[in-house]
Design a binder for this molecule. Structure first.
Ligand code: C2E
Ligand code: MG
Ligand code: MG
Ligand code: MG
Length: 292
């Protein structure tokens, strides 16, 4: 009997696996169709120098404008395509879309760098730079400094030499890099020293808790100190309140992004947001927008 039930267990396990695979397959198919039907959109979230109030850039963040379910966040579909070639197709769509937006804004008189998140698989694909050059060819007005890439430290760690080479090749094209979610991975100091990125983005979990948890504050301080030593610029993510902003200024971090400044917004909203923003005095915005 034990043997039989054991078999049954395996059987059930296999069925569950089949169902999961079929489900995965269907989801991939839906995402493929969404890409073909142009259902993805980019939202844009400003990055600010909170000392001068200058808008230093915007981050492009993908959404799926689903015909039935409305706007879906990346966590609803990016994990599904992580292991699939679609991940690279979507990634290239994002770069192309961001470049297109950049030129629309540029024609409207606004030149602000747009940063794009690059997935680990995309960054490590053998022909990343070659394909990137192919995309850039479609944009003869492309200016150095107009796009930036955000990468996760975990994607750089797998093959640091290869990733360093890619970063340097992108530098030649005029593209700067951030290490995103910095502090959540496990890169050692020597890795940081070797990865030639211009920016470190402190993960929002540390910012969220730095006012109540001395350990998180120490981590934020440590990252800022580290960045100074290695001559990198720091961007704080998840800045939600005036208190966050004040604490960051006191610690010497001037660049910030978060709901307290602005939530990610559709491209059409960005111009009116910028107009309003420029009318404001330093600090007024955080006072007005305190998210919590
Ligand atoms: P990320 O690159 O670290 O982006 C920051 C995330 O934090 C965004 O979530 C943003 O909406 C959210 N956020 C910003 N300010 C605040 C705040 O003050 N409080 C809180 N609670 N959240 C804040 P989103 O748009 O859901 O994106 C999540 C992640 O999905 C991104 O994290 C990035 O890793 C990934 N992602 C988004 N778009 C793309 C893309 O086009 N390509 C790739 N490969 N990944 C993307
Ligand atoms: Mg990012
Ligand atoms: Mg992040
Ligand atoms: Mg993140």
């Amino acid at each position: 009997i034990a043997k039989n039930s054991g078999k049954n267990c395996f059987h059930i396990f296999d069925v569950a696996k089949d169902v999961a695979e079929k489900h995965q397959h269907e989801e991939l198919e839906h995402i493929r169709l969404a890409l073909n039907n142009d259902e993805f959109v980019l939202f844009y979230q400003p990055k600010i120098n909170i000392k001068t109030n200058q808008v230093i850039g915007v981050e492009a963040l993908i959404r799926w404008d689903h015909p039935e379910q409305g706007i879906l966040p990346p966590v609803a579909f990016l994990p599904v395509i992580e292991q699939d070639i679609l991940d690279i197709n979507v990634g290239e769509w994002v770069i192309e879309k961001a470049l297109t937006q950049l030129f629309t804004w540029s024609e409207e008189g606004i030149d602000i760098p747009v940063s794009v998140n690059i997935s680990p698989q995309q960054l490590q694909s053998f022909d990343f730079v070659k394909r990137l050059k192919g995309i850039l060819k479609k944009f003869p007005n492309f200016k150095a400094g107009s796009i930036e890439f955000e990468i996760l430290e975990t994607s750089a760690l797998k093959d640091i030499e290869q990733v360093t080479k890619i970063i340097l090749e992108c530098h030649d094209l005029g593209i700067k890099f951030s290490i995103d979610d910095f502090g959540t991975g496990y890169s050692s100091l020597s890795y940081l020293k070797r990865l030639p990125t211009e920016f470190l983005k402190i993960d929002q979990s540390f910012i969220r808790d730095m006012l109540i948890d001395p350990d998180d504050k120490a981590i934020v301080q440590g990252i800022i100190g580290l960045a100074n030593v290695f001559d990198r610029r720091i961007i704080a993510e998840g800045v939600e309140t005036t208190a966050h902003g004040e604490q960051l200024l006191a610690l010497g971090c001037h660049l910030a992004q978060g709901y307290g400044i602005a939530k990610p917004m559709p491209a059409e909203k960005f111009l009116s947001w910028l107009k309003e923003w420029k009318k404001k005095n330093p600090w007024e915005y955080l006072m007005a927008n305190n998210y919590r």
